[in-house]
Write a protein that binds this ligand. Structure first.
Ligand code: ATP
Ligand code: MG
Length: 575
């Protein structure tokens, strides 16, 4: 391994410079801080790869921290799903934390701010606070409660903490500057009253800290050095720095005493917030609110529906952690917002599975092909290599007999120009067998094609002198007697427009659901696929990359999902 981490994005450059200058004592500590109010999506994966990646490259640490300051919306199901998804992506945390681990510290810090004359209890209602706040062009006005004495504020805050006031009736606010050009500094709230039980602390707290306050304090008490967040927090950075400067956690051991008592203490740091652009993908939505709606309104089959951009969804779809990591590494990290084409991610999946997925044959829209010059009782095992470019995948036996399944679309009775597969009277190579000629098209009473009768040219079989005879097309097949039947789910993009979030035409993302995003077919597969393990990947030759469904696949009832086609059909459609 190369010792020096790559410095090809601006965050890596900052970290390298900090290491060189000794700014954080040469330490690198990051965190990934999800709110457990939904499942993680592909955008979160960018943040995960970045935070865990930067830490690993610098022999540092990365914590997983649940930002659980919003009781009511948060759910233990989400906590477990998030942990599983981070692990699946290939990362492990140095320490698992919750913002709620620091509730005592937040409270002590708030009392300190009150004592310093830097925070006050405000009796204005939420609407009044909003009206007093002003606008981008208009300064705010001071609340009539802004100049309460320290003693009065301490008394009122104690009463808030004791649960004596109704929800929303008061807030604790930082006393900064109602005339600031940065609205975030116009006396932002530190605490609000919410008598809602919390999944970790029960009903111990009737007040909960606001994100901007809780986040910077959590970072500092965990000893985080580089607090990476998305661009919309850029304007919050002065507040992040203000709280930390006023609290001065590294030099005030009294604030962190509860953590020493709880065995969670580390030397507080002076973290620096660094913002980067969100990762966005076209043809999908990634706001947790919309994903939650898709699930609760049953527009998809749950959070892990293979069409969802959630990590559990793409996992079930057959995307690989390596492909997702490669994708975000190639996408890079910058301060410029951009939208990446979904096809770029799919190409990363193709690239990974091309290298790693063994090949198999499967027929998803079967047409019977009978080789009339092969005897009825003929049973032969052909040897196929499992990977055309990698011998280490070995070989497998594929049963060949008189009756086969081929793809219906590999035959055309009245061929269009340029069609090089099977036609009446024409020849095609059956992969690994030899050249067959179509002698007869069999039709049912209604005139639909029900089968083909062909003859195999024995001189074109392996080892024979005509084995290399040229013919334009090669098609795959599955032996009809030995084939297993499987449910095969063919997924496509969930939305049929590039920007489903765009509602400027009065339509919402719901109006852009792709009606063909899932097609379920019964296919015939090589028998060896019966023993596939759930989550095992294969290339079905000529059809795409498939995965045995994580939940539904079994030996008795094989179920495969198509992760991605072999080629990008969307760019060919010219959309
Ligand atoms: P949403 O807006 O979908 O609700 P969020 O940002 O509120 O997402 P959090 O659980 O707070 O969700 O996110 C955890 C971390 O992941 C945060 O640091 C956040 O900045 C980061 N993150 C979320 N979405 C993206 C994205 N699209 N690209 C990069 N990082 C992201
Ligand atoms: Mg958030």
């Amino acid at each position: 391994m190369n010792d020096a981490p790559p410095v090809n994005n601006f965050i890596r450059q900052i970290v390298a410079a900090d290491n060189a200058s000794g700014r954080h004592g040469g330490r690198v500590a990051t965190r990934f801080p999800p709110e457990p109010n939904g499942y993680l999506h592909l955008g979160h994966a960018k943040s995960i790869c970045l935070n865990f990646g930067i830490a690993a490259e610098n022999t540092g640490t990365c914590n997983l921290r649940f930002d659980d300051t919003n009781p009511g919306k948060e759910d233990p199901e989400f906590v477990e799903a998030i942990k599983a998804d981070v692990r699946w992506l290939g990362f492990d945390w140095a320490s698992l934390r919750h913002a709620s681990d620091y509730f005592e510290v937040f409270h002590l810090g708030a009392v300190k701010l009150i004592r310093l004359g830097l925070a006050y209890v405000d009796d204005l209602s939420a609407d009044e606070v909003r009206a007093y706040r002003g606008t981008l062009t208009q300064a705010g006005r001071d609340s009539p409660f802004r100049d309460r004495s320290v003693a009065e504020n301490l008394g009122l805050f104690a009463a808030m903490r004791a649960g004596e006031f109704a929800d929303g009736s008061r807030t604790l606010r930082a006393r900064i500057d109602m005339g600031s050009g940065n609205i975030n500094l116009r006396d932002p709230a530190i605490y609000r009253i919410r008598k809602v039980p919390h999944q970790n602390t029960g009903d111990a707290w009737p007040i909960y800290p606001m994100y901007d306050y809780a986040h910077c304090v959590s970072d500092a008490v965990e000893g985080i050095t580089h607090s990476l967040c998305t661009l919309e927090f850029e304007d919050h950075r002065p507040l992040y720095d203000w709280f930390l400067e006023k609290l001065d956690l590294p030099n005030d051991p009294s604030l962190t005493q509860p953590l020493r008592d709880a065995g969670l203490w580390s030397q507080p740091s002076k973290p620096q917030q660094i913002e980067f652009a969100r990762g966005n993908l076209d043809y999908t939505v990634m706001s947790k609110r919309k994903l939650l709606e898709l699930v609760t309104d049953k527009l998809v089959d749950g959070w892990d529906d293979p069409r969802m951009p959630t990590l559990s969804g793409v996992r079930r779809r057959g995307f690989t952690p390596r492909a997702i990591r490669t994708f975000w590494e190639r996408a890079g990290v910058s301060k410029q917002n951009s939208v990446i084409e979904y096809g770029v991610l799919e190409n990363c999946v193709r690239e990974d599975l091309d290298a790693r997925a063994p090949r198999r044959m499967a027929v998803l829209d079967p047409l019977k092909l009978v080789i009339t010059n092969v005897p009825e009782d003929h049973a032969e095992m052909l040897t196929f290599s499992n990977h055309p470019k990698d011998e280490s995948f070995g070989t497998r036996a594929v049963p060949f007999s008189r009756e086969l399944w081929i793809e219906r679309e590999d035959f055309m009775e009245a061929p269009v120009k340029g069609f090089h597969r099977l036609v009446p009277g024409g020849e095609v190579r059956l992969r690994g067998v030899g050249i067959v000629k179509c002698d007869e098209v069999v039709k049912d009473a209604g005139g639909a094609i029900s089968g083909l009768r062909c003859t195999l040219d024995p001189q074109t079989r392996q080892g024979m002198e005509g084995a290399n005879r040229k013919v334009k097309g090669t098609i795959h097949w599955v032996g009809a007697h030995h084939a297993i039947e499987a449910e095969v789910r063919l997924y496509d993009r969930l939305f049929d427009v590039a920007d489903p979030d765009d509602d400027s035409d009065g339509k919402t993302y719901r109006d852009h659901l792709n009606p063909d995003s899932r097609r379920v077919v019964r296919g015939f597969l090589e028998p060896s696929l019966r023993d596939a393990a759930p989550e095992q990947h294969f290339q079905f030759e000529r059809l795409g990359y498939f995965v045995a469904d994580r939940h539904d696949h079994s030996h008795a009832r094989p179920v495969f999902n198509r992760a991605v086609t072999l080629r990008d059909a969307w760019s060919q459609k010219g959309r």
